[in-house]
Design a binder for this molecule. Structure first.
Ligand SMILES: [Zn+2]
Length: 221
């Protein structure tokens, strides 16, 4: 109840501040532009090469950028400062990179679901916001129901504990299998560190013979 009220107040404050002040760049706070990311800050984003930086069980992993500078700022704003609008430039950055990677047919977007508790704490699922904006840019549909989170996982900072921590955290919603049949799963996420979360989801999909998968993250550490 308290969390819900706090989230409503924070959201209201952000909308209110946008109304009384002109739109400012989310990274440098300059008001020179009506865009959420000014040209200078956009120029500062360095895109990685358009080949897979990693292959796991034949699945390519692509990352648009490194987790640093303005990317880090935008992700922090979205995840921890209630700036839902940061999902828009983040999706644009992902889209700009995505257009240049080898394309597959008939994609469907999925993202790692967060557990109920985390979404409730934040008031929204930040990956859903990014996926929604990315879907608008690409015209690729999102499937929100294919993967369910069934275990609460504490954030893990030590890479060696991540795989153990995330084990058996997700479940497939069997009713959705028909809807993704023959499609290529475009599994998107904000940051990849050890790859544990994405690997856990891939293992689950492979168990159900879903093997046309491409992983795409905004940033990698
Ligand atoms: Zn700026």
């Amino acid at each position: 109840m308290f969390l819900e009220l706090r989230n409503k107040i924070l959201n209201f404050l952000n909308v209110f501040l946008d109304l009384i002040y002109n739109q400012k760049c989310l990274c440098c706070s300059c008001a020179k532009t009506d865009e959420l990311l000014c040209k200078n800050c956009a120029k500062d984003i360095h895109y990685l090469s358009n080949y897979a930086h990693r292959i796991f069980k034949n699945i390519p992993f692509y990352s648009a950028t490194l987790y640093e500078g303005n990317i880090k700022k935008l992700i922090h704003k979205l995840k921890f400062n209630h700036h839902k609008k940061a999902s828009i430039p983040l999706a644009q950055i992902l889209y700009k990179y995505f257009k240049n990677i080898p394309q597959k047919n008939d994609y469907i977007i999925i993202y790692p679901p967060s557990c109920f508790l985390k979404s409730a704490q934040r008031g929204y699922n930040h990956m859903f916001l990014i996926a929604k904006e990315f879907s608008k840019l690409t015209n690729i549909k999102i499937n929100k129901k294919l993967i369910k989170k069934i275990k609460y996982t504490k954030p893990q900072y030590k890479a060696k504990n991540r795989h153990k921590n995330i084990l058996n955290s997700f479940q497939i919603n069997k009713k959705e299998l028909l809807n993704v049949n023959n499609k290529t799963i475009l599994l998107i996420d904000d940051i990849t560190t050890s790859g544990a979360t994405l690997e856990e989801i891939i293992n689950l999909l492979l168990d159900y013979n879903i093997n046309k998968i491409v992983c795409l993250t905004i940033a990698k550490t």
